[in-house]
Ligand binder design. Sequence first.
Ligand SMILES: C[S@@+](CC[C@H](N)C(=O)[O-])C[C@H]1O[C@@H](n2cnc3c(N)ncnc32)[C@H](O)[C@@H]1O
Length: 216
Amino acid sequence: MEPDFWLSRWQEGKTGFHGAAVHEDLVTHQERFLGGGPHRVLVPLCGKTLDLDWLGSLGHEVLGVELSSLAVDEVMARSDQPVTRDSLGPYQRSRTGNVTLLCGDIFEATPELLGSVDRIWDRAAMVALPPTMRPRYASTLRALLAPGGMLLQNSFGYDQSKMDGPPFAVLRDEVAEHYGDWGTELLDTRVLTEGKFAERGISAFEISLTLVTKPA
Ligand SMILES: C[S@@+](CC[C@H](N)C(=O)[O-])C[C@H]1O[C@@H](n2cnc3c(N)ncnc32)[C@H](O)[C@@H]1O
């Protein structure tokens, strides 16, 4: 999806992807993914997820990258800490407490500009991108992750012929294509047979959680 698609969604308030709580998989697997911290945690395509605040409250240094300034402003507005704003390369940077948000395109992120991170939480991020954009997206994250770092990948499997994305189907085999040369472990998988996707004709909507570890 091109930036204008997402900027329009934010302007029109079409943010049905936003969750009202911290993502259950992040909470369930926090010991495995976040133990031994504090970590520098990247949340690509972060929207206004409450996961940002939660990670910051645990003492992690949180870095979110998001196209929409509306999303960034909402995250900053719900903080009770001072907010500072400046720029970093092509990004508008906003900071509050342990949370830094870069407003701009993830494809401009490099380790030279941002520094490396030791955790990446991919929440509704790769699945937001069409197939043609995903190899470059994965390469961008691979470059940012420090040796020994971990990436937690939430992905969706469903019959793509039944629905246009986003969210797109990113099957487990594809996750292995992007990261399989590193260590990958399937932590969880569950299938939804009811709810908003069933109403759109998808009888089985699989949610998978994969932990990827970059060799040290
Ligand atoms: C499906 S939403 C998910 C948001 C968030 N991860 C969540 O779970 O609530 C995808 C988000 O990615 C942002 N986005 C899309 N393409 C982007 C890009 N190239 N760089 C940065 N952000 C992008 C959109 O503005 C949107 O907020």
